[in-house]
Design a protein around this ligand. Structure first.
Ligand SMILES: [Fe+2]
Length: 390
């Protein structure tokens, strides 16, 4: 039975090892003046980065550059748009992890007007963006957030009144995503683990979401299969290009599924914690995945009326667990066990390692939304999830 659904557009996608070489010709489609945003890990100091910039210079592109060190704040975005407001930029390119791509996406959205981005953030500002922006090309160097295919840029401000909110519009879906898994070969195991668990949680949460459709499910299932086959291999051997390619695909698809189906309680916690203190997003999602999914499965097993999500947990569990011929409940529970084992193998830190204490749990739960979680969780359930990982 196919039920009704909506699906927003995706970028033009160029995917595969070595595909970075197509970037100059894609930039040329939009003009010759390009603003390139990179991150703290300094893509331009790598052999691939140096080669790219040499080629762009030899082809007479006017290259402007900006860097972003951490998850972008409104001030970071405003500073870059202010610097390049009147420079006749034709196209914005972001080459980096999720924070870099979010920065590029927000800059491409705000650079034409030069207005402050904070006024346009969901839940923070009151203005509605027209969607008119500069062309934007996303080139991920990690396999995690899937920002290369999403319609939002996550902007954070840390502090007492901190927030982690989105600048969102369907027009902000990048015009191009150039996904070259070779760019992820230099990711260290910690980044591979945290970003990989972010992609894993995004695929699983959008698959289980009450907004999921047959379209997003078909994408999410193959993305989850890539995670089951590739995450540990990429973690253990960073040069294993087939595993890196599987993870790059999983992350890219997770951006499409989350944009169209939404996310669950793990990302509800990530939003709440993101404005609270500086913890990398992938670590928050990864470290909470075990206790959050165990709680979801426990509630589902008690409330037999919501069968669909339990069946989906069973389908996902079978991809990760060898045993055959068991019940959905068996696979769902074994899957929750498996996720917790994975968190241990990947050595994901606890929230306490970033200064979160048990006395902070109440305040964090106060601002945690269930988003599109497949089951309703009580305040006590949420407290249990977070206290398990402090
Ligand atoms: Fe995420």
């Amino acid at each position: 039975m196919v039920e009704s659904f909506k699906f927003s557009r995706v970028p033009q996608i160029i995917f595969g090892p070595g595909k970075l070489k197509e970037l100059p010709s894609v930039i040329r489609k939009y003009g010759s003046s390009v603003l390139i945003i990179t991150g703290a890990r300094s893509f331009e100091s790598t052999a691939r980065g140096k080669g790219l910039f040499r080629e762009l210079e030899s082809k007479q592109f006017a290259i402007h550059r900006a860097r972003i060190q951490n998850e972008p704040s409104p001030a970071d975005i405003d500073k870059i748009t202010g610097n390049y407001l009147k420079k006749n930029i034709d196209v914005v390119v972001a080459i980096g992890g999720g924070s870099v791509m979010d920065t590029g996406k927000a800059v491409s959205a705000m650079i034409l007007s030069g207005e402050g981005v904070k006024d346009y953030l969901e839940g923070v500002g009151t203005k509605v963006h027209s969607g008119i922006k500069l062309p934007f090309i996303a080139v991920p160097t990690t396999s995690g957030t899937g920002s290369e295919t999403t319609n939002n840029a996550v902007i954070s401000e840390i502090g007492e009144k901190g927030f982690k909110k989105s600048l969102r519009h369907d027009n902000f879906i990048p015009d191009y995503a150039i996904v070259d898994p070779e760019l992820t070969l230099s990711c260290d195991p910690e980044i591979t683990a945290a970003s990989g668990m972010d992609a894993f949680s995004q695929l699983l949460e959008s698959y289980l979401s009450d907004k999921a459709s047959i379209f997003t499910d078909s994408l999410a299932v193959e993305g989850l299969r890539c995670i089951s086959m590739c995450l540990l291999k990429a973690y253990k051997d960073g040069n294993y290009i087939e595993a890196r390619t599987g993870m790059a695909y999983a992350a890219m698809v997770s951006g499409i599924t989350l944009s169209n189906a939404g996310l669950g309680v793990v990302h509800g916690f990530a939003s709440a914690l993101g404005g609270y203190t500086e913890i990398p997003h992938g670590i928050v999602c990864g470290t909470l995945m075990g206790s959050a999914n165990r709680k979801n499965v426990d509630v589902l097993c008690k409330e037999h009326k919501i069968k669909n999500a339990l069946i989906k947990y069973g389908i996902a569990g079978k991809m990760f667990i060898d045993n055959k011929g068991k019940s959905d409940e068996y696979y769902a529970r074994a899957f929750a066990d498996h996720i917790e084992e994975l968190i241990t193998i990947l050595k994901l830190p606890r929230l306490g390692d970033f200064g979160i204490k048990t006395e902070h749990a109440d305040k964090i739960v106060d601002s945690t939304s269930l988003k599109n979680n497949p089951v309703s969780l009580s305040r006590a359930d949420l407290l249990e999830i977070i206290l398990n990982r402090i």
